[in-house]
Ligand binder design. Structure first.
Ligand code: HEC
Length: 460
């Protein structure tokens, strides 16, 4: 959770009566010049930009849920001062990538200047209700939510991608004890349904988080974080899951500590597979170029570190997923084409927020020729002014715990040349070896735990 905002909320709640008084007079003034009202204009803008998460049947986004329904006038009015703050500081709607990237990535979330101004005007004019008769009904709400509904599996679980062909789960639920505030175990999940005893080509993956605490789940298949939907690859693009009884997953549990805060987690992963006879032209791979030589001095408000990596063959770039921890402040990914002096910005995230691990997926995969350089720069704020900083007096180094740091920008790609692999036929040895190396890397990176005795681990 972002403590700065939690505190802000408290403060705004206490002072809201005062704010309401002040704005009531402003409202009266503005009303004469046709101030926007909730039912008149604001509701529509909220529904297009915010209601994907802020609604009454609120989706559980990896344990984070949006705190109120923005489609209810009563709620929106109470939250109006905080809504104004979050619109102005750009942290809602959450997206991270700078507006210069508008139109580049799938599922982007940018609010237009007009909508933003309209909502701020609505709040500053006193958050007026307007005429309830103008309330939009369910069909008229242009919900920014995905158009499809989740489907129900026979056991009652709900999946956006469709009922999975195979599932993996913990051997037993993970106990997250009372003392835990921040814990990142790497766990081997095991098959509970479907066939993982042979190599499978994945078309889609989805992770169901198994508790209501805030957590981020990641593995090389993608991440499950607030607002993230299933990972669905385009037709003909597949991710190879080598035959293996286990699939490695990196959990991150974050919660308040203290009596009564212990939680049991039962996260489940689901896969949709290609069928025998389907053709895989593009084998999805990913790599994490990173720099482990991080030494952030205590109190440093702007520590910068870079990493450069050369791409060896022609590829199609699918997605970029930058990652650091609490002190991460901003990240830039640049591309230097062979024979070109300047670097071009692929991704600029000026206000990185650890709670939202975005995965920026290209609308159209980008061709990068062999010899291109992938250049990553991270900035960190280890000062007391960073509200997320757990300890500004610490010298911070690379490490898996969130109190340590990381600097990377994993990218997902395929070889540019179509492979024409028929599902069910023998898989080329080099592709299989590469997929096995990737799984072993994830497992070895932090010392993956077998699923035995999970309930006795219960914390770091
Ligand atoms: C992808 C989902 C999502 C979208 C879209 C979204 N929000 Fe949020 N919002 C959240 C979540 C989750 C939280 C709670 C965690 C946090 O504060 O970051 C939140 C928190 C908030 C808060 C309360 C913060 C606090 O201080 O407690 C406000 C106000 C807010 N959002 C306003 C908006 C507005 C206005 C929009 C649209 C312009 C919007 N949000 C769009 C998910 C979303």
């Amino acid at each position: 959770m972002n403590y700065q905002y939690k505190n802000l909320c408290l403060i705004t709640k206490i002072f809201f009566p005062l704010a309401a008084l002040l704005s009531a007079s402003a409202g009266a003034l503005a009303q004469s010049t046709e101030a926007p009202t909730f039912y008149g204009e604001a509701q529509d803008a909220f529904s297009r930009n915010c209601a994907e998460c802020h609604r009454s049947d609120v989706p559980n986004l990896g344990g984070i849920t949006a705190p109120f329904s923005i489609l209810s006038y009563e709620d929106a009015k109470i939250w109006a001062p905080v809504i104004s703050l979050r619109l102005k500081d750009g942290s809602m709607p959450p997206w991270g990538a700078h507006r210069q990237h508008q139109g580049t990535f799938k599922n982007e979330r940018y609010i237009s200047d007009e909508d933003k101004q309209l909502l701020i005007d609505w709040i500053e004019a006193g958050a007026l209700q307007g005429d309830p008769a103008e309330q939009l009904d369910a069909d008229e709400l242009a919900l920014s939510a995905p158009p499809n509904e989740p489907v129900q599996a026979p056991d009652g679980s709900m999946w956006w991608m469709g009922v999975p062909d195979a599932r993996v789960a913990f051997r037993e639920p993970v106990e997250v004890c009372e003392e835990v505030t921040d814990w990142q175990p790497t766990i081997l999940m095991q098959r509970t349904e479907g066939d993982l005893s042979k190599h499978q080509w994945i078309q889609a993956t989805e992770i169901l988080t198994g508790s209501t605490m805030h957590h981020v789940v990641s593995n090389y298949l993608g991440v499950a974080v607030p607002g993230r939907r299933p990972q669905v690859y385009p037709e003909g693009w597949g991710f190879l899951l080598p035959a293996d009884p286990f699939v490695t997953i990196g959990m991150h549990y974050a919660k308040q500590s203290g009596p009564g805060t212990a939680v049991e987690d039962n996260t489940v992963g689901g896969f949709l597979f290609y069928e025998p006879g389907d053709v895989i032209d593009y084998v999805v791979q990913n790599t994490i170029p990173m720099n482990r030589d991080i030494v952030i001095p205590p109190g440093d408000p702007n520590y910068m570190t870079t990493h450069e990596h050369t791409i060896e063959e022609d590829i199609l770039l699918l997605a970029i997923a930058p990652h650091s921890h609490y002190r991460g402040k901003a990240v830039k990914v640049e591309l230097q084409l062979p024979g070109v002096d300047e670097r071009e910005t692929l991704l600029w995230v000026p206000n990185y927020d650890f709670n939202w691990q975005f995965h920026y997926e290209y609308q159209e995969p980008r061709f990068l020729p062999a010899g291109s350089k992938y250049h990553v720069t991270w900035w960190f704020d280890n000062s007391a002014d960073n509200p997320a900083n757990p300890d500004p007096t610490a010298e911070v180094r690379w490490g898996a715990r969130s109190v340590d740091e990381m600097m990377n920008a994993r990218y997902f790609f395929t070889r540019a040349e179509p492979q024409g692999i028929v599902v069910g036929d023998a898989i080329p040895e080099s592709i299989l070896a590469q997929a096995r190396r990737r799984e072993q890397f994830e497992r070895g990176q932090y010392g993956g735990w077998d699923t035995e005795n999970l309930s006795q681990l219960c914390g770091p």
